[in-house]
Design a protein around this ligand. Structure first.
Ligand SMILES: C[S@@+](CC[C@H](N)C(=O)[O-])C[C@H]1O[C@@H](n2cnc3c(N)ncnc32)[C@H](O)[C@@H]1O
Length: 310
């Protein structure tokens, strides 16, 4: 939970980045300069009401730390407090409201750290995506909203009482829409019946599946979760695939840019950033996550060295 008095733990330098072990709010407030970050990818606890073993707790309640956070928030963003007050009325236990206090404090800090050309991707799911979007509209401004990206996958639960939950949401905001850099990527769009259209001036291609044209990448992404036998699997419970992060990083940063992941977990963003030639900063307050990151990034460096010397 939020702790305004906790001071960050010592940082560790690896390759092209800095890994911080500590509470991300304290690290962002005390260790990172304003307007110094090109891209933030934030994959926080989702308010899933689950406890991930010894790794982290995603259950929330309106306790003294939340009250303290709410008072701080009131000074900087009274409008968010109005939203939070409504949530307290809607849900008596105050779980969502407490979660939104925690998130809002961090999102405010992220806004301060972003360069005016920078971008934020907030990874969430259906439990809080709609509330978080409201909070982001207040902090960043409605005009800075760029995309709601749907990450669709096959794995996960299979409910018989509702449709199976098979997607997460990435909320993409610009620090300043007029200055934001965006590098468009292409995807295959297969022709109907997989046959060639032969439209004039439209390049068509063929692969094992059939004929296709190339279109600008859409906002629904089908990417498999990290499988049990995948080489990138670390065993961390909420690990995301590197392919997902590669898309985000390629879309919203250039080589040499600085990427921040304030909830870096097993270090997926850091590994993808390193691989793509970006500088990175990672923060996590779980020692297990930090030790996985250290191992993963050292392995990654060795892999690059092996490739270079081969
Ligand atoms: C959903 S996981 C991130 C998973 C990561 N994207 C990956 O691919 O492995 C959320 C992470 O946030 C971390 N976390 C939770 N509260 C934190 C805090 N106050 N400061 C820093 N990290 C925190 C947890 O330890 C956890 O590793």
């Amino acid at each position: 939970m939020f702790n305004s008095k906790s001071s960050p733990q010592p940082s560790t330098f690896i390759g092209a980045g800095v890994l911080y072990y500590g509470d991300n709010l304290a690290v962002m407030q005390e260790q990172i300069d304003a307007a110094s970050i090109d891209l933030v990818y934030l994959d926080p606890p989702f308010n899933s009401r689950r406890h991930y073993g010894t790794d982290f707790d995603d259950r929330w309640s309106w306790d003294n730390e939340t009250k303290e956070g709410f008072e701080i928030l009131f000074k900087f963003q009274p409008l968010i407090c109005e939203v939070i007050q409504i949530m307290r009325k809607l849900e008596r236990r105050g779980c969502i409201a407490a979660y939104l206090v925690w998130m809002s404090l961090r999102l405010l800090e992220i806004k301060r750290l972003l360069k005016s050309t920078g971008s934020l991707y907030l990874h969430c799911d259906e439990s809080s995506a709609h509330y978080l979007r409201t909070v982001l509209d207040i902090i960043f401004g409605r005009a800075q909203f760029k995309n709601e990206i749907i990450w669709a996958f096959k794995s996960g639960g299979a409910s018989s009482k509702s449709f199976a939950h098979k997607h997460n949401t990435l909320l993409f905001y610009a620090a300043d829409q007029s200055l934001c850099r965006f590098y468009s990527q292409k995807q295959k769009s297969y022709n109907r019946e997989m046959k060639p259209y032969r439209f004039q001036g439209v390049a068509e291609f063929r692969d094992d599946v059939g004929w296709f044209t190339e279109v600008n990448l859409r906002d629904v992404w089908f990417i498999d979760m990290v499988g049990r036998t995948s080489a990138e699997r670390t065993g961390y419970p909420t690990q995301k695939p590197e392919a997902l992060l590669e898309r985000v990083i390629k879309a919203s940063s250039a080589k040499g840019d600085t990427i921040l992941d304030p909830c870096c977990g097993s270090g997926t963003t850091l590994a993808a950033a390193q691989h793509l030639g970006r500088k990175w900063m990672g923060i996590d307050n779980n020692p297990a996550a930090i030790s996985i990151c250290l191992k993963r990034l050292n392995n990654y460096n060795q892999t690059i060295l092996k490739r270079l010397s081969a």
